[in-house]
Design a protein around this ligand. Structure first.
Ligand SMILES: [Zn+2]
Length: 247
């Protein structure tokens, strides 16, 4: 599903457009005019559905050079290993999350509790992703004629990056699970979720210039995407907490 000149939605689960496995986050494809990159990888169940959507967009999955993850929660990072096996793409994950994926460390991504709570099927297991390497704040990825810059955005998870896209018909932000339409946020009871970090992250994003907001779930804004950050900031500025998005 084409969103802008360079961005397609190729994966999306039950919290979105049901383009792929129900447990998938939004998976975006950046078309650099030859080389391709995926932002996030979905849960890793039925990864072939994501690649079928790449083909349906008239693009060749063999040209996917990079899979960049916003964070390693299973609905975003679980597909990294399976999609690497299918495409050979390089996998980039925030800081230590690369090591968690290499070892399929389910504790590190709070998977056992999420599974017990019914967020994932009982028999779901995190697939290993042996080639995952770390990416950090301010690192850039050149995707053909497009450029993607990592921005540290901790809060929903300590190891969380957003990605700023330049070279498209409008600047865009792949926000992962930082902010959703209406300024909703996604706080979890996991040990590495921090409201203070999220406030600082939101202020950082509030200083940035982007038009499109491509979040990890739910509605996508192709224009005026910044308004959702501003809405969250207004609530934080009143010393309150924005409403939680239920993924
Ligand atoms: Zn998450």
């Amino acid at each position: 599903m084409r969103l802008t000149q360079r961005v397609h939605l190729v994966g999306s689960g039950a919290t979105g457009a049901d383009l792929s496995n129900p447990y998938d986050c939004h998976v975006y494809l950046v078309d650099g005019g030859g080389p391709l990159a995926l932002i996030d990888a979905g849960v890793g169940l039925e990864p072939e559905l994501i690649l079928a959507n790449v083909r349906a967009a008239g693009l060749d999955p063999a040209n996917i050079e990079t899979i960049a993850l916003t964070h390693a929660h299973a609905d975003h990072g679980g597909g990294a290993g399976p999609l690497h096996e299918l495409t050979g793409a390089e996998v980039l994950a925030p800081g230590p999350a690369a090591d968690w994926l290499r070892r399929a460390d389910e504790e590190a991504i709070s998977l056992p509790r999420a599974r017990a709570g019914g967020t994932y099927p009982d028999d779901y297991r995190l697939a290993t992703c042996p080639p995952a390497v770390s990416i950090a704040d301010d690192d850039t990825i050149q995707v053909g004629e497009a450029r993607v810059t990592a921005i540290a955005t901790p809060g929903h998870a300590r190891e969380h990056l957003s990605y700023l896209l330049e070279g498209d018909d409008r600047p865009g932000l792949f926000g992962g699970d930082v902010v959703f339409q209406g300024g909703k946020i996604l706080l979890l009871s996991t040990p590495d979720c921090s409201i203070q970090d999220l406030v600082a992250t939101m202020r950082r994003l509030g200083d940035m210039d982007f038009e499109a907001l491509f979040p990890g779930h739910a509605g996508i804004s192709l224009r005026r995407g910044r308004q959702h950050v501003d809405a969250a900031l207004r609530v934080f500025d009143a010393e309150e907490i924005p409403p939680n998005f239920n993924a």
